[in-house]
Design a protein. Structure first.
Length: 354
């Protein structure tokens, strides 16, 4: 018996022979497709287990010649924050792995400060009708419209970085935003003395629709409310992203409230706050987000005391790979994949992996 015959006897043909069914029926069971009775499916699965049969799914992908198209929609990188460089690297890493299996990743970008750019790119994706979409939502109303259209067209989608509650996404891969806010509050509580106050700073042109900032703030407030200390919280929303506007907003609160001990910045723009805090005569403890060079520089000189990080590069990589597995092999996806919430300090940043 030659090697090819041996492989066939231990593969689909042998399973079909033992089960008394066609190879097509075995194929339907292997790929979890409908059209097979429960009794037959159980018999085939028992034979698969007995033979320890492992189908070479990637080889089947190569043989099928069907091209899978995945679209990704994330914010473009900007001078204001380099946060989105990480997710793009994750997308490109996944793309390099799956391109050999006839998978094409089409990358779309929008301006995080411009709703119209998001709507324009969303329309372009819907017109292209990809097999799946990886989305990092920013504008809540516009994002809901987009995913509603995806659902209407039968396009599966995975969310990263920020979720959209109550939607039919295949999966969400990212931080638990509420728990992230709780963590920041718990951390800050150890740093406050009796009469100290804590300042929450939201920096975004579209704060009212910026779900991921508001959800963190909600978690932060919930912690202090639970402990009967919500009155120590002060909040400042800053809608302009230039350093002068950010410094003016922080300065106004520090002048108004002389006992602000901790500043909690709800996104990666904490470096813009640090540039001002660094020049203050008094020490203010600064907590913010994300493992970015501009933030690490201030962490290193202890202007920023803590960075909360949630592996954005891995989020994007996992998102593309999850879509590929689902589209190509009908692999089930867990509804939620929360990323770990890491606390980075000057003492451990050098060993942190994105």
């Amino acid at each position: 018996m030659n090697k090819k015959d041996a492989n066939e006897l231990s593969g689909v043909k042998e399973i079909a022979r033992r089960a008394g069914v066609s190879a097509a029926t075995v194929d339907r069971v292997i790929h979890k497709r409908k059209g097979v009775s429960d009794k037959t499916r159980d018999r085939i699965n028992a034979i698969i287990a007995e033979l320890n049969y492992q189908p070479n799914l990637h080889a089947q992908r190569l043989a099928s010649r069907k091209v899978v198209h995945i679209a990704t929609l994330i914010p473009e990188s900007s001078d204001e924050t380099s946060f989105w460089v990480g997710p793009l690297k994750g997308i490109e890493e996944a793309e390099a792995e799956v391109m050999q299996y006839s998978v094409k990743v089409h990358k779309y970008f929008y301006n995080q400060n411009n709703k119209k750019s998001f709507v324009k790119q969303a329309k372009a994706i819907l017109k292209a009708r990809p097999d799946g979409v990886l989305l990092a939502p920013s504008f809540m109303e516009e994002s809901v419209h987009f995913v509603t259209d995806c659902e209407a067209q039968g396009i599966p989608y995975v969310l990263m970085d920020s979720d959209i509650p109550g939607r039919s996404n295949m999966s969400y891969i990212g931080p638990d935003l509420y728990q992230s806010g709780l963590l920041a509050a718990h951390l800050s509580s150890y740093l406050l003395q009796e009469n100290d106050k804590v300042l929450i700073v939201n920096i975004s042109k579209e704060i009212d629709s910026d779900h991921h900032l508001l959800r963190k703030e909600e978690g932060f407030r919930a912690y202090y409310k639970e402990h009967g200390r919500e009155g120590i919280i002060i909040k400042r929303d800053i809608h302009q992203l230039d350093h002068a506007s950010i410094e003016a907003g922080i300065s106004k609160e520090l002048q108004r409230h002389k006992n602000i001990r901790v500043i909690f910045v709800t996104n990666s723009r904490v470096s813009a706050v640090a540039a001002y805090v660094q020049r203050l005569p008094q020490k203010v403890i600064l907590i913010g987000y994300d493992f970015l060079k501009e933030n690490i520089d201030y962490l290193h000189d202890r202007t920023i005391d803590f960075l909360i990080c949630q592996k954005p590069q891995q989020q994007a990589y996992k998102g593309v790979m999850a879509l590929y597995q689902h589209i190509a092999f009908s692999a089930p996806l867990g509804k939620v994949h929360y990323m770990p919430i890491d606390i980075i300090t000057k003492e451990n940043f050098s060993s942190y992996e994105k």
